[in-house]
Design a protein around this ligand. Structure first.
Ligand SMILES: [Zn+2]
Length: 509
C-alpha cells in the first residue's frame, strides 16, 4: 500500500463548503439528545467541521455531492478494533486451545513477526474498518505472539498505517505483568511486575508523543493494561494515576472467562468488577471490554445486578464484541440488561473481519437471543452503541454524530442495492440487511478516505494475497509452538478432506 492519505493542507485541497444531499440523513437532535432521521436531508461541511445536518440548507455552497440514493450516517466509532490478523482465522470449528506460548519464546529475544508482516496485517484490518464505515477506532492487537508488552516499534507502525488510510485512531502500547505459557509442568504463567511497569512507562511515552502531535492530528493515545488477570493491583493503581496525570482514558480485556472470575475470587475474595471497584480505578474514562462473567444472575452467567450497579455508579463503559463470542459459542448475557442498568455500552470488532455493520447486527440478534425477546435490543440501540457509545467513552461530543460543530466524519451507504433491503426504516435496513459493500463513501475530517468503494492506494486483491501469506506464517508458528507436537492438519484441519484424487464408486475395494 502506498496511501499517504488526503492532504491536511487547506491550500492543497481548498477549504470549500460542501453539501451532501442524501435520501435519508441521520442527524443529531440536541433537544432529544439522540439521533433522528431526516428524509431528503442534507449535511453541509467546511474543512473538518459540519456546518449543518438536517433539512434543506439555504446557505451558499461551493460543491455538491448528490447522494439522493444513499443513507448519510455519522462515521462509526469502533471501541475495540483488532489491528492484526490474529489466530482466530484459524480457529473456526475448533475447541478453544489453552494457550500457545512456549516458555523458551518468553525468555528468548526472537520476535514472532517482522514489522513488514505486522504492517500487512494492519493494512488488511484497518482498510476493512474503512469499508464498513468506521472513521474512529480504538486499537488492540493480539498478545498471543508477545512477551510482556508490545514491540517498541509497534504503536508507531499502527499510527502510520492509520494515518495512511486517513482514520482517526486511539492507540496504546499494551502491557502486562504476567504471561501465560503452555509447555511447563511447574508453571502456567511467568510473573514479573517490573516488566509490567516498564510496559506502562512505554505506553505513557507513546501517549505523550501523541499529545505533542508527533503522529498527526488524528492519532491519540490511551493506556492499555492487557487483561485484568495479567496485571497486579499496584500496576492498575499506577495506570489509574498515569491516566489522571495525562488526561486520557484506559482500557482492558476484562471478565472474559469463568476461570478469570474464579482466579480473582481466589486471589482477592472479589469478582473482577468488585476488585477494580475496591482499587478505586474505575471511572468514565475506563472501557472494560467483554464483561462476560461475574457473580452471575438468574438465567445466565453475566455480571450480577450489584456488579452492573458498580459500573453504572462509576460511569465505567462496557465494550461489546459479539462476533468473537459467537465464534466460541458464547453470548453476552445481556446487552439489553447492561443498558437498562444505565451503563454505556460501545461496540468493537475484536476479530476478523473488522466489519462494524456485522457487529451491530450480531449485537442486536445476540441481545434478542439472550433475553428470548425480539424487543430486547433494537437496531437503534446498537446504532447508538456504534456511534454515541464509543464517542462517550472517548469523552468526545464531536464524533459519532452529525451536528453543527461536529467533525465532518461522514459515511454514505447505498440504499439502492439488492442487499440494502427496504424496511420503511433505513436504520433497520442498515443493521439487519446491509452489506459492507453497500458502504460507498467515507469522510474523516471532511476528507474522502474512500470514494465509491475505492480506498486510494489500497489494492484489495494484492492485499488479500499478502494476508493469505500471513495466515500461513501464523499457522506455521503455532504448529512450531505446539506443546503437544500436533501437525498442521491435527491442529487446524480443513472442513472437508483435502485430496488430489476424488474417488469414484469403482474405487470401492
Ligand atoms: Zn478482547
Amino acid at each position: 500500500m502506498t496511501a499517504t492519505g488526503p492532504s491536511d493542507d487547506p491550500a492543497v485541497r481548498g477549504v470549500e463548503t460542501v453539501r451532501i444531499r442524501g435520501r435519508h440523513v441521520v442527524a443529531y437532535d440536541a433537544v432529544r439528545a439522540g439521533h433522528v432521521v431526516v428524509e431528503g436531508g442534507e449535511v453541509v461541511f467546511r474543512g473538518d467541521r459540519i456546518l449543518h445536518a438536517g433539512g434543506p440548507y439555504d446557505g451558499r455552497v461551493d460543491r455538491e455531492i448528490d447522494a439522493r440514493t444513499q443513507l448519510v450516517i455519522p462515521g462509526l466509532v469502533d471501541a475495540h478494533a483488532l489491528m492484526d490478523v490474529g489466530v482466530h482465522l484459524l480457529l473456526w470449528d475448533r475447541e478453544r486451545d489453552p494457550g500457545y506460548r512456549p516458555r523458551s519464546f518468553v525468555e528468548g529475544s526472537e520476535r514472532a513477526f517482522t514489522p513488514e508482516r505486522t504492517r500487512d496485517g494492519a493494512e488488511a484490518m484497518l482498510s476493512m474498518l474503512v469499508r464498513s464505515g468506521v472513521t474512529t477506532f480504538c486499537g488492540v492487537n493480539a498478545m498471543v505472539f508477545k512477551r510482556w508488552h508490545d514491540e517498541p516499534w509497534e504503536s508507531e507502525l499502527y499510527a502510520d498505517v492509520a494515518n495512511g488510510l486517513g482514520l482517526r485512531a486511539y492507540l496504546s502500547h499494551h502491557f502486562r505483568a504476567s504471561v501465560p505459557i503452555v509447555d511447563d509442568a511447574t508453571a502456567t504463567t511467568l510473573v514479573d511486575e517490573r516488566r509490567g511497569f516498564a510496559g506502562l512507562e512505554r505506553n505513557v511515552a507513546f501517549v505523550q508523543r501523541a499529545q505533542r502531535g508527533d503522529f498527526g492530528p488524528r492519532i491519540h493515545g490511551l493506556l492499555f493494561p492487557y487483561t485484568q488477570d495479567t496485571v497486579t493491583p499496584d500496576l492498575l493503581r499506577a495506570t489509574r494515576a498515569a491516566a489522571d496525570a495525562l488526561g486520557v482514558g484506559w482500557r482492558m480485556h476484562f471478565a472474559q472467562s469463568v476461570a478469570e472470575v474464579e482466579g480473582t475470587l481466589a486471589r482477592h475474595g472479589r469478582t473482577p468488577v468488585e476488585h477494580l471497584d475496591d482499587l478505586g480505578v474505575l471511572g468514565r474514562d475506563v472501557m472494560l471490554t467483554h464483561c462476560l462473567h461475574g457473580r452471575g444472575h438468574a438465567g445466565g452467567n453475566g455480571l450480577s445486578d450489584d456488579e452492573l450497579a458498580i459500573l453504572a455508579r462509576s460511569g465505567t463503559n462496557v465494550g461489546h464484541t459479539p462476533w468473537i463470542y459467537l465464534w466460541g459459542g458464547r453470548v453476552l448475557d445481556a446487552f439489553g440488561r447492561y443498558r437498562r442498568a444505565g451503563i454505556n455500552v460501545a461496540i468493537g470488532t475484536d476479530t476478523y473481519p473488522g466489519d462494524m455493520i456485522q457487529e451491530m447486527r450480531m449485537a442486536s440478534l445476540m441481545g434478542k437471543v439472550a433475553e428470548r425477546s425480539p424487543t430486547a435490543v433494537t437496531a437503534a440501540d446498537v446504532f447508538d452503541a456504534a456511534t454515541l457509545g464509543g464517542a462517550r467513552f472517548l469523552g468526545r461530543e464531536d464524533i459519532g454524530r452529525l451536528a453543527p460543530g461536529a467533525k465532518a466524519d461522514i459515511v454514505l451507504v447505498r440504499e439502492d442495492t439488492a442487499t440494502f433491503a427496504p424496511t420503511l426504516d433505513p436504520i433497520r435496513s442498515l443493521v439487519y440487511y446491509a452489506s459492507i459493500r453497500d458502504v460507498s463513501t467515507v469522510f474523516v475530517d471532511g476528507r474522502p478516505i474512500m470514494e465509491d468503494g475505492v480506498i486510494p492506494g489500497v489494492d484489495e486483491v494484492e492485499l488479500s494475497g499478502r494476508m493469505g501469506a500471513l495466515v500461513v506464517d501464523v499457522a506455521d508458528l503455532l504448529v512450531a509452538w505446539d506443546a503437544r507436537g500436533r501437525d498442521l492438519d491435527a491442529r487446524f484441519g480443513p472442513s472437508y478432506p483435502s485430496v488430489q484424487k476424488v474417488s469414484t464408486i469403482d474405487d470401492v475395494p
